[in-house]
Design a protein around this ligand. Structure first.
Ligand code: FMN
Length: 185
């Protein structure tokens, strides 16, 4: 079928609707971000793109720490709620009944209720026109035991990751096909 040319848009879809947690030391906060990506394998590094006017921005910049927490589809209310209120006005952990859990980092907590969490230390910042790209090194990764299969790998049927694109929340469903499966055909 023919494709029609659209206005120039960011159509990388889906990306995860991730919950980034951070802290100033005194105050903790959560910011949902969809502009997140994997940028390096060794050491493992990720990018997050944050507008400088976000309350979380200063916390990440000042402490050099953040955590990436991947919510399930059924946590979409929390994602939308955290993304339409600012930590300037609302203590989001308390308001959304989320539990901060400390791991290896000195300030940024992880979110207990999310099935996947990664602790990151800030390595680089790149100021673009609208957003600043923070590149973080993943220093530890955690997965809820209930979503692991018998081999210890993530079973994506069990955690139904929430996706996001162009202002829309998306379902993601595994195809149950492993990388390289065509070589075995
Ligand atoms: C699903 C979703 C994805 C979002 N992605 C981004 C993003 O990639 N970058 C960004 O700066 N803001 C993004 N936002 C907006 C922030 O989450 C929102 O402005 C939030 O209220 C900021 O919180 P804070 O002021 O407490 O830091 C997103 C919001 C939602 C709901």
């Amino acid at each position: 079928m023919a494709k029609s040319k659209q206005s120039t848009q960011l159509l990388l879809c889906p990306t995860p609707a991730a919950l980034i947690a951070c802290s100033s030391g005194k105050e903790q906060n959560i910011i949902p971000l969809a502009w997140v990506g994997v940028v390096n394998s060794s050491p493992p590094m990720v990018s997050i793109a944050v507008r400088p006017n976000r309350h979380s921005y200063k916390m990440i910049k000042q402490t050099g720490e953040f955590t990436i927490n991947i919510p399930r589809e059924d946590q979409v209310d929390v994602v939308d709620g955290c993304g339409t209120a600012s930590g300037r006005d609302l203590e989001k952990f308390e308001h959304f009944n989320l539990t901060p859990v400390n791991g290896a980092l000195s300030s940024a907590p992880m979110i207990k209720e999310c099935p996947i969490s990664m602790e990151c230390t800030l390595k680089h910042s790149l100021e673009l026109e609208s957003h600043t790209v923070f590149i973080g090194q993943v220093v530890s990764s955690y997965v809820e035991e209930g979503v692991l299969d018998e081999k210890g790998s993530i079973d994506f049927e069990r955690c139904s990751i929430l996706g996001f694109c162009s202002g829309n929340y998306l379902k993601t469903a595994p195809l149950n096909l492993k990388l390289g499966y065509t070589l075995k055909k």
